[in-house]
Write a protein that binds this ligand. Structure first.
Ligand code: GLC
Length: 577
């Protein structure tokens, strides 16, 4: 059973204390009536996120991760960038971004932006140059290969196109990842879609160009980056084929030892960290997406000397079933995997996976489960990353074939669990026809669910018992109690009888501060769970009297003796003094 300790509150950097909120800008708020969200829309909604004062009507988050808003042909909705240092006119202008940054900072909100450096769009000038001829100076900026000699060449003559160099796959096309360029008669690599050619990170000019992109945004004042698919940057220098495996999701039956996860990538991360550190030490951060199910592999990207990413995204919660035991094991796995001194993080939903509200659906208990999940992610030791709309219980919307946008969703239709449109629908602000997302009558880029009339921010702000107000109370509690941000964590109940419980302790100048969290994952009452409290803790825990700080079934301030937990009860306690 792990105990995790930390430094003092004064020395902890902002991102260890922050609550992050991911905005998918296409879907947050439209202001120009084109049915697509934009940066001025985010500015208009900043007060909802954090008003910088008392947060009377705000969620209270303190940091944003904004998905890509750069110029892009939008084949992968901005994850295919054609200019790294500007804003797509669809989203506004660079001046809008500067205004967004200063308005956010004025409210105490930090902003990290999404950099997609594994590949560019095929419309990026670098690629246009690179594909123009074999001896173009930028040829080597991308991964080109003449291919393997065709089969039966002796029989069919030289005109036949060479075979693809190896078995690597383009995951959103479900085809081989090498794309034939007719003009220069070579293949280029694109392991997402053919419109996303992969850059050659082994080329030092590419590396410098990407580092310059980072400097451009750091000079503008961004607080850091969410880095897309970091573990894909470097490919095997001999382009060897991956071995086959039995794992379909997300590995498509391959063991990705040659097209991903190359050890050379760590060097690049160290280079990036040296850049951010020039901007005042740990103030500007790197949060990297490590696209893998292998926890240990993701955790390594912090660097064993803590000299790589500040946080490597921990995606393990995205794959857990609704089970206290499964979450306990997942938490322990992550705490155990990250190097000493690295800081944990947790996330339940993002723009690539079905929303957890829908994943954990259970008749009569879906909303209650959403509360348990929220209480968990907002009281664990580690930075929480929320996904826009989870605070009002947005669900995955089944999308008709005609409305599909996501290239992966189109390719895998009608298998709905793979497409990513269902979790990207517009934010539900109010009860107007387009849910306050857009006002000018143009249909939003993705449909809005019918239940937005009742499930939206305006309705839930008015209802003291709403999920939104539950999130707000949790975030306020986390912001007020340093032990919830930085304290050690010790598990009391490791998921037995579907209950997860832990204490968070922090030694401060005023003595030890403690909060205890009980989460009943079961859809039934659990009696007398004190017996399940780990024996080492029973003495200390039982000896104290506890008072409710926040609960789904008991009033704040009431004293408890811990006899039972109601179905899906959340109980957050402090010692009664
Ligand atoms: C990452 C992004 C995803 C995108 C892909 C290709 O996994 O999160 O949305 O499609 O990279 O850039």
């Amino acid at each position: 059973m792990s105990t995790r300790k930390t430094g003092t509150t004064e020395t902890a950097p902002w991102w260890q204390r922050a609550v992050f909120y991911q905005i998918y800008p296409r879907s947050f708020q439209d202001t120009n009536g084109d049915g697509i969200g934009d940066l001025p829309g985010i500015i208009n909604r900043l007060d909802y996120l954090n008003d910088g004062k008392d947060n009377t009507n705000s969620l209270g988050v303190t940091a944003l991760w904004i998905s890509p808003f750069y110029p892009s042909p939008m084949t992968d909705f901005g994850y295919d960038i054609s200019n790294y240092t500007d804003v797509d006119t669809m989203f506004g202008s660079l001046d809008d971004f500067k205004r967004l940054l200063s308005e956010a900072h004025a409210r105490g909100i930090r902003v990290i932006i999404d950099l997609v450096l594994n590949h560019t769009s095929d419309q990026h000038p670098w690629f246009i140059e690179s594909r123009s001829s074999k001896d173009n100076p930028k040829r080597d900026w991308y991964l080109w290969h003449p291919g393997r000699p065709p089969r039966f060449q002796w029989l069919l003559g030289k005109k036949r196109r060479p075979r693809k160099p190896n078995n690597w796959l383009a995951i959103f096309e479900l085809k081989g990842a090498w794309w034939w360029d007719k003009k220069t008669r070579e293949y280029y690599l694109g392991t997402f879609t053919r419109s996303q050619p992969e850059v050659n990170w082994r080329n030092m000019d590419v590396r410098e160009a990407m580092y310059d992109v980072m400097r451009f945004w750091l000079d503008l004042g961004v607080d850091g980056f969410r880095l897309d698919v970091v573990n894909w940057f470097v490919k095997d220098d001999q382009f060897r084929s991956n071995p086959w495996t039995t794992n379909l999701n997300p590995d498509l039956f391959q063991n990705h030892i040659y097209d991903r996860n190359r050890p050379e990538t760590h060097d690049i991360c160290r280079g990036m960290r040296q850049i951010t550190e020039k901007y005042n030490g740990d103030e500007r951060i790197l949060v990297g997406e490590i696209f893998t199910r292998i926890t240990g592999l993701a955790a390594e990207f912090h660097g064993y000397n803590n000299d790589e990413l500040h946080m490597a995204f921990n995606f393990d919660f995205l794959y857990q079933p609704w089970s206290a035991r499964a979450f306990f094991q997942s938490i322990e796995r992550w705490y155990g995997a990250i190097p000493d001194g690295a800081w944990p993080n947790f996330t339940l939903s993002n723009h690539d996976q079905p929303r957890h509200y829908g994943r954990f659906k259970e008749k009569g208990f879906t909303e209650a489960r959403a509360r348990v999940a929220a209480a968990m992610v907002l009281t664990l030791r580690g930075t929480p990353f929320l996904y826009y709309g989870e605070e009002i219980g947005m669900d995955n919307l089944p999308i008709h074939h005609a409305d599909l946008q996501d290239p992966f969703g189109k390719r895998t239709w009608p298998i709905r669990r793979f497409g990513r449109d269902p979790e990207r629908t517009p934010m539900q602000w109010d009860s107007t026809p387009f849910a306050g997302f857009t006002e000018h009558g143009r249909r939003p880029w993705l449909p809005i669910p019918r239940d937005s009339v009742t499930r939206n921010v305006a309705v839930q702000l008015d209802d003291p018992d709403s999920l939104l107000n539950f999130y707000r109370t949790l975030i306020t509690l986390r912001s007020r109690r340093a032990e919830l941000q930085l304290g050690d964590i010790r598990f009391l109940i490791p998921g037995t009888r579907n209950v997860l419980a832990y204490r968070r302790d922090l030694l401060t100048e005023d003595g030890n501060q403690t909060v205890a969290v009980f989460l009943n994952f079961a859809s039934r009452t659990v009696l007398d769970f004190q017996r399940d409290i780990l024996s080492a803790e029973r003495a200390t825990f039982g000896a104290e009297n506890w008072k409710v700080l926040l609960g789904t079934h008991r009033a704040a301030g009431s004293e408890v003796g811990l006899p039972t937990l109601q179905a899906c009860e959340v109980l957050i306690l402090e010692p009664a003094r």
